[in-house]
Design a protein around this ligand. Structure first.
Ligand code: ZN
Length: 162
């Protein structure tokens, strides 16, 4: 089971890594970056850097690096989906999922549906051909109606001379 890529992207864009990191550690602004004590390793000097422009972090002490999703993943020991879910909840985003099995099942159902539809259309087609063979009765009734109309046309010329 996975999350739709587009939604992962939305979550990434909606999450401010500095704000997120600040929920766990203290960050100090240094130039364009934010620096603080790394939450991934014990340290006394701030080796943990957050780049707010790129939305990524990097620790010079333990080489931990990543984005908001990785941050939550590492810090809360979640898997990718769990981390995205956590951030989506935080950002108020409703996620859509792509389940490979469900997709396959859906495709199978769609194929079945198509097969049924194709069969139905052939049935209609054969029904149509059946109604094409039926014209015997159609032509019969039509000839009957034409004969009755010819009766009318015959009777009317007869009526006009009178
Ligand atoms: Zn570190």
């Amino acid at each position: 089971m996975g999350i739709v890529d587009e939604d992962v992207q939305r979550v990434r864009e909606a999450t401010d890594l500095v704000e997120l990191a600040r929920e766990h550690i203290a960050l100090k602004r240094v130039g364009r970056r934010f620096v603080g004590l790394c939450p991934f390793h014990a340290e006394k000097s701030g080796s943990f850097n957050v780049n707010p422009d790129l939305g990524v972090y990097m620790c010079f002490g333990c080489q931990a690096r990543g984005d908001a999703i990785t941050f939550v993943r590492e810090l809360e020991h979640l898997d990718f989906v769990g981390a995205v879910e956590r951030l989506a909840q935080r950002a108020g985003i409703t996620l859509r999922y792509t389940d490979a099995n469900v997709t396959k099942d859906r495709q199978r159902k769609q194929r079945l549906h198509d097969a049924v539809a194709a069969e139905a259309s052939t049935a209609t087609r054969s029904g149509a051909s059946r109604s094409v063979s039926r014209p015997t009765t159609g032509t019969f009734s039509r000839s009957r109606s034409s004969s009755s109309s010819s009766h009318a046309t015959i009777s009317s010329p007869r009526a006009s001379p009178t």
